[in-house]
Design a protein around this ligand. Structure first.
Ligand SMILES: [Zn+2]
Length: 61
């Protein structure tokens, strides 16, 4: 008889108390982390690409 449910304070979703945390909020957080990682990677690639173009144009001139 361990079917206790806990209600999340943030998204108001009820989940079983066996889980370490709200599965809905955890999924949202993982998605946010994935988006942030992708954005950082894109910024790094953009800076690296811009730097590479600067070096190439500097060599050609
Ligand atoms: Zn939640």
């Amino acid at each position: 008889m361990t079917d206790r449910t806990v209600r999340c304070e943030r998204c108001d979703t009820s989940y079983t108390a066996d889980l370490p945390g709200c599965p809905n909020c955890r999924r949202i957080r993982q998605t946010n982390i994935a988006i942030a990682t992708t954005l950082i990677l894109l910024v790094v690639l953009a800076i690296a690409g811009w730097f590479g173009v600067q070096v190439l144009t500097g060599f050609s001139l």
